[in-house]
Design a binder for this molecule. Sequence first.
Ligand code: GAL
Length: 407
Amino acid sequence: MIFAGAFVAAGAAQAAQAAELEVTHWWTSGGEATAAAELARAFESRTEHAWLDGAIAGSGGTARPIIISRIIGGDPMGATQLNHGRQAEELIRAGLMLDLTEIAEEQGWRDVVHPSSLLEGCTVDGRVYCVPLNIHSAEWLWLSHQAFEDAGTSVPTTWDEFVAASPALRDAGKVPLAMGGQPWQAALANGVISMAIAGPEAWRAVNANLDAEVAAGPEFAAVFQAAADARAMTRGSNVQDWNQATNLVITGQAGGQIMGDWAQGEFAAAGLTAGEDYSCLPGLGTHDILSTSGDAIYFPVNDDPEITEAQYDLARVLISPETQVAFNRLKGSLPVRADVDMADANECMEKGLRILREGTIMASSDQTMSPDTTGQIEDLMAEFWSDPSYGPEDAQTRYADIIANAD
Ligand code: GAL
């Protein structure tokens, strides 16, 4: 949709017309919606364009098929969230995504985006097709100080301490480990436990190098045993969405939750303070290591040149230092640029920034596995985590089989 009247868009070299850009995303929890509203504010205050909010309720698992089928079906939105990595690979190869290489070169993205794997995740055959927006990592345990105080134990500093405190949490009427019912949450928890229990080497062998022997070996046997124990700790956590599970931690009804750092947006929206009301353990307090996944914004090809101009303008706004600082603070994620000032980051964000500086990071499975393989892992984990009679050995066998056939 085009508004009448020409103007010069901020930062753009040419005169352009104001356009309304529909932006689809799955940021619908309290913290996520606040962060998304900041993007809309930045876009509208720094260009003449309008942001038409296309929030899709549910989660990535619900939103991604809707987003992809709209693009394939000829009803493209102006811009959309996806996780950078391989989710848009086929759409790019089909010529359905706008090539941003010129903007990326004009703005020197290669010099500012850190780690460089984020931009690589946007690049196909040397051309750039998305703007990396943030760094999200999955490998966190979020802990409620209230729950541990009620249970009469100190707040754990490692996964083993957390497991050991589980009976005390139960006695105090708490759910030790909060967990929502969507398949991706089970897959995330299992992946995080595998990093902590099997260690980074074995994790990398399976997730980056698709080594099925390691997946079938002793390190991963220990992973599936630990996951079965963790599954018992989730009993009573009868919620579906990830943020409902986070809310159990926020309100002290649960001891902890394994969840990505977007959980921090919920703690912030609830007015809780890191280090006082809640704690966070990267790598479950076992290995100080994070994977670097996150969100990227893609721009489906549109035959209206005014929309294309607005798409370029949004890309420029999203990667600007101002947006990077304001958005990521609200979102709980880390900026994709190393040259911005996050001086007043809270304790948890500071832990993430330190790990990023030290470079103990690895690419996430969003980047190394196809969406099809990810889907098979999610199906398995959803079954394993929801059925107490599903044995860890059987789950490991099926997992190793998926890895053996993964692409
Ligand atoms: C992830 C996304 C995050 C967060 C999370 C839960 O896929 O990268 O930004 O929104 O889902 O909704």
